[in-house]
Ligand binder design. Structure first.
Ligand code: CP3
Length: 356
């Protein structure tokens, strides 16, 4: 693991150090919009078979880097590996979202949950991290990730995707102690998972709190932010993970950026519903920002994509600490050529912005 990083723009930006241009990676960069991804997934048979095969997971992680000049790789896996390892029985029905055979709804269900063994039930994830790190040969840094305790709980209690995850919300009001017991077990699991990924070779860690924005302000603090704070504090105290930058991404939580920066994370993911200039003011230079092009822009045309990319770069301005990304994951119908247009424009205009 002594390979020297050839491109450290992404890590420098997270440390808010100057870079020659703005680094970019794309949430879900290895995904169904790439024909080569669809081919590998077909060979694997299913999404879970692909995610559980370290060689194939490594292959799809590297696919977008072959096509585009991206500044980071992200482990190919899913946030729902933790609940699957807890015994909930994850499956993805074809063309549909995730499903759990055994959702958790009551005290008995939640009492049964334990922290999974990271080198047993989740060994396939750590093997993938080790292999990807080796195959990257220091080209770009590797991002490891987890879901947030709140977002994992949303799926575990609902048993599937949902627009409002009202089953978990009802538990928060009807049986808050039970909800906190679940969230605490998840916070311990997420911490162990991210520490294991760091030990296996991940160079940055991201927490996806996709559904934090469904909560009102007080509930967001009590049920989502509190547990992300616990995770970040535990990571910082760990010898493997302690040095790694942590990015927190709560979708739809633009109003909470200042409190999220208080966790001690290095960066915050930002969706497209807030202007990056306002987001910068909110965090007052304490953290880097990652975002925030509306993914739907990639369904337009090259000129519009270039213009909208420049608008995002201008909204952040010529300050250190910006990692360009979409405000949420890329969608399957996007033309891969449009991603190339985006990546190249971000690098070209990022240089212009710095007078390079
Ligand atoms: O970003 C990357 O390229 C790394 C891989 C990655 C996946 N999922 C692969 C995936 C990451 C970081 C995730 C995170 C994830 N998974 C989140 C948080 C980020 C977000 O998008 O909000 C969530 C909520 C999930 C749960 C999940 N996994 C859902 C709801 C679905 C189905 C929806 C869909 O897009 O089909 C998945 C499946 C999934 N995870 C796919 C991929 C590429 C598509 C499955 C397929 O190939 O059929």
């Amino acid at each position: 693991m002594s390979d020297v990083l050839k491109n450290d723009r992404f890590l420098r930006a997270l440390r808010r150090e100057p870079t020659d241009t703005t680094p970019i990676w794309v949430m879900r960069q290895a995904g169904r919009y790439l024909p080569e991804y669809r081919a590998t997934r077909a060979r694997a048979g299913s999404f879970m078979a692909l995610a559980q095969n370290p060689e194939l997971a490594c292959e799809v992680t590297l696919q977008p880097l072959e096509r585009f000049d991206l500044d980071a790789a992200i482990l190919f896996s899913d946030i729902l590996t933790i609940p699957d390892a807890m015994g909930l029985g994850l499956s993805f029905a074809h063309g549909e979202g995730p499903q759990f055979a055994h959702p958790v709804r009551n005290q008995a269900d939640i009492d049964k949950l334990g922290v999974p063994d990271m080198e047993d039930e989740l060994r396939y994830v750590m093997d993938a991290v080790r292999l990807i790190r080796q195959e990257l040969h220091g080209r770009v840094p590797l991002i490891g990730f987890s879901g947030s305790p709140w977002t994992l709980a949303c799926y575990m209690v609902e048993g599937q995707g949902s627009r409002d995850f009202a089953t978990l919300k009802a538990m928060c009001w009807n049986a808050p102690k039970l909800a906190h017991q679940l969230l605490d077990t998840l916070a311990q699991s997420v911490t162990a998972y991210l520490i294991a990924q760091a030990a296996a070779g991940a160079q940055a860690l991201m927490v996806f709190d996709t559904w934090g924005g469904l909560l009102g302000p007080a509930a967001f603090h009590e049920f989502s932010l509190r547990y992300m704070t616990q995770v970040v504090a535990a990571l910082k105290a760990d010898p493997h993970a302690g040095e790694l930058p942590v990015i927190l991404f709560s979708k739809g939580a633009g109003q909470h950026l200042a409190s999220m920066a208080d966790t001690g994370c290095a960066g915050l993911g930002v969706d497209w519903t807030i202007d990056l200039a306002d987001a910068r003011k909110a965090v007052a230079g304490r953290v880097a920002l990652q975002g925030n092009l509306d993914p739907a822009v990639l369904r337009s045309n090259p000129d519009t994509i270039r213009r909208e990319a420049r608008a995002v770069l201008d909204s952040y301005g010529d300050h250190p600490g910006h990692v360009f990304n979409l405000g949420h994951g890329i969608t399957p119908e996007v033309d891969p050529e449009h991603v190339k247009v985006l990546v190249d424009e971000v690098h070209a205009y990022g240089r212009t912005l710095r007078g390079n």
